[in-house]
Design a protein around this ligand. Sequence first.
Ligand SMILES: [Zn+2]
Length: 456
Amino acid sequence: MRLSAPAAATAGLVLALAAACFARAADEALPVPDAPASATETTVSDTPPRRRARNVDLDAPVMERPGEAYTKQFRRDVETRSDQAQDEAMRSIDDVDVAHLPQSPIAPFVMLEAEVAPGTSARLAWQPAESFEGIEVATPVLVVNGAAEGPVLCLTAAVHGDELNGIEMVRRVLYDVDPQQLHGTLVGVPIVNLIGFKRASRYLSDRRDLNRHFPGNPRGSSASRIAHSFFNQVISHCTILVDLHTGSFYRSNLPQIRGDLRRPEVVRVAEAFTSTAIIHSPGAAGSLRRAAVERGIPAVTLEAGEPMRLQVDEVEHGVRGIFALIDQLGMYRKLRVWGNPVAVHYQSRWVRSETGGILFGKAELGQQVAEGDLLGSVTDPITNMRADIVSPYDGRVIGKAVDQVVLPGFAAFHIGIETSAEDLYEPRALVPAKDEEEDEERPDVDPESRDSLEDS
Ligand SMILES: [Zn+2]
């Protein structure tokens, strides 16, 4: 009855289209008592369809990365609900609707509307619900889901789009783990801030620092919305987080772990990196690390090297440290490469230049220095007056500015002062700062400033 009126009134292409549409409409509209079809349909309209991700060899190069077209194709195919479309879907894309698959005895890892079966690896894609300039293409999220149960360790890189070393660390770790031998799940996001990365910028396109907006707000600024989407869709699935960074703006960092060492669960993660300096730092407000810890996810930052560069020594140090953590978590066994698993804890102080001019560093990253030792010098190019920068502390150079033109007050050297883990819990035991302004954590630095000291 419903079909006859439009069928009589139309012809040609319109007729063909209408026939196709009505064939489906008639299917869906049929009053079927206790019908499984209508139950499935309700599920689909209430929650997004979930797919099972294809098991991929992450180490093998791909010509296409998961993107919007991929997701749209999947949704459209699932929504048609016909057998023919389902068959098409299974042929044309690699993921299949889980409603059509038998479930394995161990629960799959579920993230981003996809199931990753135990003992498999997958490439997923994260995308904020809203379309933001520059991220029409989804951000790849790599998952290695172990055959046995265990923690969910997440590695995030390039939250600051110009920090490249972490991108390579994620690649090397994720592509080097056999899911059949893994306990738990590894999640790697090589480039969180794809907008910044494409522009070789630390920031989002509105010059906001994404790493000051976590856990985000769905009704806040664009940075806050992006942060909220990422935090809820990806980070909330993690049980441990390692956020990978480098120094910022012409500064380089000795490979180091930063964490809020007042929290024992964070200390355990930090110390698992073994031969890596550990710096106590609660983390800037709005940073991914701090937001995760406040949400009950132990999190640390791994800092290594400087932005805008790929530094193989720093990358290798980071990868070894991450594998040491994975090993200590009981997730994966690899040959140990570090003989001395002693972690050294530091509190840290910045040493600033008192004069402006051209900075030449003398002390190297990792170097032990004593109070009064020469760290570098600043020469005024007009007057040729030279001023030395000397260390006010006994300690180790854990960060330094590269040679450049500086203004008075520029933070040039970051000194780690060795401290017992116990003393870090007791603020009175700490060495008092000799520069009252140093190391303050600004909620959002001036993007033009090179003085973003609290990188993470
Ligand atoms: Zn950073």
